[in-house]
Design a protein around this ligand. Structure first.
Ligand code: CTP
Length: 477
């Protein structure tokens, strides 16, 4: 990897920063994620962090004055930072500082410092790397903590004693795990140990920030890397106890069930190969959470998890609420997938009937594709015969789905007979009979007793009405 990083700072915005810094007689560097990602050969990141020995706010104002369109400077006085949005970049300016933290807050006490003080207070050596924007050393890499070496070896290491770095800002425990998962790096042993020791400090981190890191872990190519580290460092039970509760295999009378925690991680990795949809990945992570509270041993049938999908979908709401995640259609999507998560697999183990497929399409609606993706990812059996059988049955389910959908248009099912028509036909006011008749029509269509068409449904309505003692008005028949 290069030590001369002029290539990283060839964007003209850096020329403006260099000129502004010179005018104010400041010493200035680009630092952090921008440098790290450049050295990793990733495409130029959006965020550019600039550190200057002096006032970051004054530098930001000078830079903004010189940039075309004179972008607005957002000043965060309390933090001594300023932000400028320019083209598709977010330029963040900060004065180099020393920080010290108190025990019960993530908010540091700040003093001015030099570049090395500033690098030392950062989270990981790979994030301390700085490139000079000063005339004499322009483009040189400043790396007092061997960040480049760690980047090459794939190691997450803290510049200070890890106990201090993590206890100063416990969010960094999750950041370490997230970076390890994103970059496929390993966390240095003393760091791992320090995270385990300081795990309880995670309680002072806001849930929004925790969720932010969880999202990033879940969106990795192999999310299990991050979840295994959360498990290993004992952070998982503090963040997502519902998942930790799935761990373990019990044996009674020689009968064992699978370890649902490790199974879940496999499902998540499987689904990650097929979708980047964050919420579908969350559904994979949570699809079995109802299994811990519903686990029973029955002498005749062995281990059961009766109604775990229903219980799990209720738990999704509680988990989202606790973690301050959105309680909107995203949550409902995850709930729905958890609720229906066993349906296609049950279906594929059996003889696949048209009516079962029709019901599945009706219940899943627009989420049917997502549900099928989840269920295919759920096949983690190592038994090749069984795996082959499940997958070929799934293929059959998909074929039947296309066939049934083309014929019966069930997906966004609109019943061919409305409540108004039932009232008018039998000359009755709104009443429970209308619901009964509508339901009976829906069931008959889903069961394939009648096709999803007006005439047969109308005839069926008349028959149902008569069964309930209703007579149609003459002219309506
Ligand atoms: N930083 C830190 N401790 C934190 C957060 C950030 O020391 N809890 C420092 C790191 O040096 C980091 C820089 O601030 O590189 C910028 O932080 P941020 O933008 O959150 O992270 P990036 O490293 O840019 O990476 P990403 O955008 O992937 O989060």
């Amino acid at each position: 990897m290069p030590r001369d990083c002029q290539e990283a700072i060839k964007n003209p915005v850096f020329t403006t920063i260099v000129d502004s810094s010179k005018e104010l007689a400041l010493e200035t560097y680009v630092i952090g994620g921008y440098v790290r990602d450049f050295l990793l050969g990733k495409r130029s990141p959006k965020d550019i962090d600039i550190v200057t020995v002096g006032s970051g706010i004054a530098l930001a104002q000078k830079v903004a004055e010189k940039l075309s369109g004179k972008p607005r400077v957002q000043v965060f006085k309390n933090f001594g930072t300023a932000m400028v949005h320019y083209q598709n970049h977010e330029l963040e300016f900060v004065g180099a500082r020393k920080e010290s933290y108190s025990k019960d807050s993530r908010k540091p006490r700040v003093e001015d410092g030099n570049l090395e003080d500033d690098q030392r207070r950062r989270d990981f050596t790979i994030n301390t790397l700085a490139i000079s924007l000063n005339e004499a050393t322009y483009g040189q890499l400043l790396d007092p903590f061997q960040g480049l070496q760690d980047l090459e070896k794939g190691i997450i290491r803290t510049p200070l004693d890890p106990g201090i770095t993590y206890s100063d800002d416990p969010l960094r425990m999750l950041r370490a795990i997230r970076f390890a998962a994103q970059l496929d790096f390993s966390i240095e042993l003393s760091s791992l140990q320090a995270i385990t020791i300081h795990k309880d400090r995670i309680k002072i981190v806001s849930r929004e920030r925790i969720v932010d890191e969880l999202h990033k872990i879940i969106l990795c190519d192999r999310p299990s890397t991050g979840l295994k580290l959360l498990h290993k460092t004992e952070l998982l039970p503090l963040i997502l106890p519902e998942l930790s509760a799935l761990e373990g295999i019990e044996e009674i009378e020689g009968q064992r069930h699978k370890d649902n925690f490790w199974h879940t991680l496999e499902v998540l990795d499987n689904i990650a190969r097929h979708t980047d949809d964050l919420w579908l990945r969350w559904a994979a992570l949570l699809h079995d959470i109802g299994k811990a509270p519903t686990k029973r041993f029955d002498k005749k049938i062995g281990w059961t998890f009766h109604a775990h999908e229903f219980v799990g979908s209720k738990m999704v709401y509680k988990l989202f609420k606790r973690m301050r995640m959105p309680l909107n259609e995203k949550m409902k999507f995850v709930q729905k997938l958890v609720l229906l998560s066993s349906r296609p697999i049950i279906l594929s183990q059996d003889f696949v009937t048209d009516s079962a497929v029709r019901r599945l399409i009706f219940d899943a609606g627009d989420q049917i594709e997502a549900l099928m993706t989840l269920c295919e990812a759920d096949i983690t059996t190592k038994n090749p015969v069984r795996q082959k059988k499940y997958l070929s049955n799934f293929k059959l389910v998909r074929e039947k789905m296309t066939e049934v959908e083309e014929r019966d248009r069930i997906r966004n099912f609109q019943p061919p007979i409305s409540g108004e028509l039932i009232m008018a036909t039998f000359n009755i006011p709104p009443s429970k009979e209308i619901g009964l008749i509508k339901d009976a029509i829906k069931e008959a269509i889903l069961d394939g007793v009648i096709p999803n068409e007006y005439r047969p449904a109308y005839q069926f309505m008349l028959d149902q009405g008569r069964k309930l003692g209703l007579e149609p008005l003459k002219n309506k028949e």
